[in-house]
Design a protein around this ligand. Structure first.
Ligand SMILES: [Fe+2]
Ligand SMILES: [Fe+2]
Length: 472
């Protein structure tokens, strides 16, 4: 069961061959996906041999196989984690009953919406990143971004499989829609606003993989708890791929910090821009931006949708089964930061509508652990600066705090105070121009751009100067 059938046109471990109707539907979708990939996937590198990993089975040992692949020939397919025998629904009104193998009729629309919203982010990020290959800081980084891109493509396959297999005609239409919307397009934008932002350069991309892919991890983890078992199994396997994206973000930013600190120490200055590196104050502004935009992805602090998803047993909490409570939360409360006049206060609110905030809290703690590791590098260089996550109310566009201006340390500001501070807190046009000026491609194996340190080790035991992407 764990083995993946690569003889099929669509590699899968769901015995696709036994469902002719579904197989045909997916085979019809496949060329349109490839057309989308050629139009909107990594620009300028489609014919290159890239050292990529491909899943060969979904269990821990057989997971990955490495080899040179041309991206349009990547073996995208449908891989679900192994079913758990006797799995019961872990939360909500249906808690304790056997998990659903079919969509419960009354939740059809809601479940479809959840799947489409998740599915839409996957191709969106590929679109956002498609121009970055041309300015890669090294072949190692180039290979890594392509790995992320093909896996986001596979995550789209994962959601399209669910839509085509379980949602009939509506599902087929949604599967088309996922290929038709475009990141940043005025007429047909992607669903969530963070996925319509530009990813103009590599600093922004590394921050994105740290902060925004991490939102992805949390959304997938909540969906992995779902009472709808096919969704749960799909998300469980997607999470193993997502872990690598987070690794790229965390180590990528670490390497930028490392490079900056080495230059600061060597030249005894904070101003490393003249050495072609990114000063810590600028890094802090990009951190502020990507973190705040990613916090918005969790939704409003108080949300009936979140309560409904949970009560319907469709979307759980992060690590639902490890939490020690009744998993129904009808009478429970949760501490939520709220706006009270001009002050931000914490209040106990009913737990169900506060579920977005609860997941956001888990996410914030996870982000903080990564920032702590970056700060350790700074300290090890004897530098007395700390990178900080801004206050959760800073620069928000969704939820209670979207109505006010808040400083990174959590003070509610007047518009004038905000205007005066903004250029210290968020990337400026001048920052953008400077970062853009650093974006010169480095494609000699083992060489790295002036603003990023080499990684500690290569991919899959290969040396750092390995030919990760072969010349055309
Ligand atoms: Fe993804
Ligand atoms: Fe990802």
């Amino acid at each position: 069961m764990a083995g993946i059938d690569y003889l099929e046109r669509i590699p899968n471990n769901v015995d696709l061959a036994s469902n002719r109707r579904l197989q045909r539907a997916l085979e019809e979708w496949q060329p349109r996906f490839l057309e989308w990939w050629r139009d909107m996937g990594p620009e300028g590198f489609q014919a290159r041999d890239v050292y990529l990993r491909t899943a060969i089975s979904v269990d821990a040992k057989g997971w990955a196989q490495f080899g040179y692949v041309k991206m349009p020939e990547y073996r995208w397919g449908i891989f679900l984690a192994e079913p758990e025998t006797g799995r019961t629904i872990p939360f909500g009104d249906h808690k304790g009953r056997p998990v659903w193998q079919e969509v419960p009729g009354e939740y059809r629309g809601t479940l479809r919406r959840l799947i489409v919203t998740q599915g839409d982010t996957e191709p969106a990020s590929v679109e956002q990143q498609r121009h970055l290959g041309r300015t890669c800081p090294s072949l190692y980084d180039l290979r890594n971004i392509f790995q992320v891109n093909v896996e986001e493509g596979r995550h789209l396959w994962a959601m399209v499989y669910l839509l085509q297999a379980y949602f009939g005609r509506d599902g087929r239409e949604e599967a088309e829609g996922l290929l038709q919307r475009r990141s940043g397009d005025r007429d047909k934008p992607r669903i969530l606003s963070a996925f319509n932002e530009r990813t103009p350069h590599w600093l922004s991309y590394l921050m994105f993989t740290f902060f925004t892919d991490r939102d992805g991890k949390y959304q997938l983890a909540c969906l992995a708890e779902s009472g709808f078992d096919p969704l749960s199994r799909t998300c469980r396997f997607m999470l193993t791929e997502e872990a690598h994206h987070l690794f790229i973000g965390e180590t990528g930013v670490s390497r930028v910090v490392q490079c900056t600190c080495e230059l600061m120490r060597e030249h005894k200055t904070d101003d490393v821009r003249k050495y072609g590196a990114i000063d810590l104050a600028t890094m802090q502004r990009y951190l502020n931006f990507h973190y705040s935009v990613s916090l918005d992805l969790f939704g409003s602090e108080v949300s009936t949708n979140a309560a409904n998803f949970y009560t319907m047993s469709l979307k759980g909490r992060f690590e639902e089964t490890k939490k020690d409570d009744d998993h129904q939360l009808k009478n429970a409360t949760y501490r939520v930061a709220m706006l009270q006049g001009e002050r931000i206060v914490e209040k106990d609110e009913p737990a169900l509508p506060s579920l977005n905030e609860r997941v956001r809290d888990d996410y914030i703690a996870d982000c903080q652990r990564g920032v702590d590791r970056w700060n350790r590098i700074i300290r090890e260089h004897g530098i007395d600066v700390e990178l900080r996550l801004p206050h959760r109310a800073f620069h928000r566009a969704i939820g209670a705090f979207s109505e006010v201006r808040v400083s990174p340390d959590g003070r509610v500001l007047s518009q004038a105070e905000w205007d005066a501070g903004k250029s210290r807190w968020l990337p400026t046009d001048e920052d953008e121009a400077f970062i853009e000026s650093l974006m010169k491609p480095v494609i000699e194996p083992g060489k790295f751009a002036s603003w990023i340190a080499p990684p500690a080790r290569g991919i899959n035991g290969r040396p750092v100067d390995f030919d990760y992407v072969r010349p055309a």
